[in-house]
Design a binder for this molecule. Structure first.
Ligand SMILES: C[S@@+](CC[C@H](N)C(=O)[O-])C[C@H]1O[C@@H](n2cnc3c(N)ncnc32)[C@H](O)[C@@H]1O
Length: 143
């Protein structure tokens, strides 16, 4: 049996959010490189290849399925990728409530789960504006 991999260097779970309850990703990486965020990373093929190919950029992946999250974290930790972090959370919550305004430079979403049945529509990652709860920091003036 192989030894367990320490995934703590590549995960965001241990890092508390700031007083405004948002991740300040540039502080987490300790540099001002551009930050690219992928939602729904699956097995992390795009994220890991991108982080390896572009060490001059920072990469963050969000995945709510624990086995995929763990798989990607282990692969990234084994490769010693200092420019990559993964977070186990709901992507909609992360974007809406935990990333500071202007905190990311590029957003990637590839093949999000389609949830074709009408009764499952509410689980879709991409939702019409009428279903999106506003961010706490968004202005509600005139609403
Ligand atoms: C069809 S897979 C695609 C994975 C990857 N983007 C790719 O192209 O290979 C969709 C992934 O998004 C994840 N996912 C779907 N909705 C999510 C959400 N709201 N928050 C986080 N992850 C989500 C699923 O668990 C799954 O791993």
């Amino acid at each position: 049996m192989s030894a367990p991999v320490d995934i703590s260097p590549v995960t965001l779970e241990q890092i508390p959010v700031n007083q405004d309850r948002r991740y300040h990703l540039r502080e987490i990486f300790g540099n001002d490189h551009p930050i690219e965020l992928e939602l729904g990373i699956g097995k992390g093929r795009f994220l890991i290849q991108s982080a390896e190919a572009h060490p001059e950029r920072n990469w963050v992946g969000v995945e709510w399925a624990s086995r995929y999250y763990r798989l990607v974290a282990e692969r990234a930790a084994k490769r010693g990728l200092a420019n990559l972090r993964v977070l186990r959370d709901d992507a909609a919550h992360v974007v809406r409530d935990t990333i500071e305004d202007a905190g990311i430079d590029v957003l990637h979403v590839y093949f999000p789960d389609p949830w074709p049945k009408a009764r499952h529509n509410k689980r879709r990652l991409i939702q019409p504006p009428s279903r999106v709860r506003p961010r706490a920091s968004w202005s509600t003036a005139g609403a």
